[in-house]
Design a protein around this ligand. Structure first.
Ligand code: SF4
Length: 196
């Protein structure tokens, strides 16, 4: 007997409910903090892009998700202008001390994993979203840039900084703290949506 499996795509959630659903999903995925974000207030700052260009994180010119491949600061700002709402999510780690590199790396990995899941679900829930993560895209062990096209253009994640966002300012806009006190380290990421 031949069994035919028909894949049925879930309908996108109704306008006005996506942000609510994303906040609920964020908490289910284990994020420590999540809040609504007014995307219409976001500013792409050339100073942040200059920090990328200074090579501090060593990803500038090394990934399709990072500058210059992700577009000029003006192009990133124009892309963000298409969105009016969204969510900001955070993972906060409690470190043993200022040199707890293991704790820092663990928190970053956890945050990236949670955000990858949230971005995947957001893309299924909404017809159009812009997820912006913390740090460069790490979906592939080694990015194909610049020799071959991106392997997963529909999953690729650029960072908030690559889009010129000052993370502390975005946290402030969403009503969340950027810093949760001594001994803590917080990673932030956001998903921009077409609804407020
Ligand atoms: S999905 Fe892979 S190839 Fe594309 S930007 Fe990310 S790491 Fe690079």
């Amino acid at each position: 007997m031949i069994i035919h499996i028909i894949m049925v795509r879930m309908p996108f959630v109704k306008e006005g409910r996506a942000v609510e659903k994303l906040l609920q999903l964020a908490l289910e995925l284990g994020f420590d903090h999540a809040a609504r974000l007014d995307a219409s207030c976001l500013r792409a700052l050339p100073e942040v892009r200059e920090m990328c260009a200074s090579g501090r994180c060593r990803r500038y010119g090394e990934s399709w998700s990072c500058p210059p491949a992700c577009g000029t600061i003006e192009e990133c700002e124009t892309r963000m202008r298409a969105y009016t709402g969204g969510v900001l999510v955070q993972t906060t780690a409690h470190l043993e001390d200022d040199f707890d590199m293991e704790g820092m790396n663990r928190a970053q990995e956890l945050h990236k994993k949670r955000f990858f899941d949230l971005a995947r679900q957001a893309r299924l829930l909404c017809s159009d979203v812009l997820p912006l993560t913390a740090g460069s895209c790490t979906i592939c062990r080694a990015c194909t840039y610049p020799n071959k096209p991106c392997r997963f253009p529909h999953k690729m994640l650029s960072s908030m900084e690559a889009y010129g966002l000052l993370v502390s300012e975005v946290c402030n806009l969403a009503g969340l703290a950027y810093y949760y006190g001594p001994g803590t380290l917080t990673y932030s990421a956001c998903i921009l949506t077409k609804e407020g």
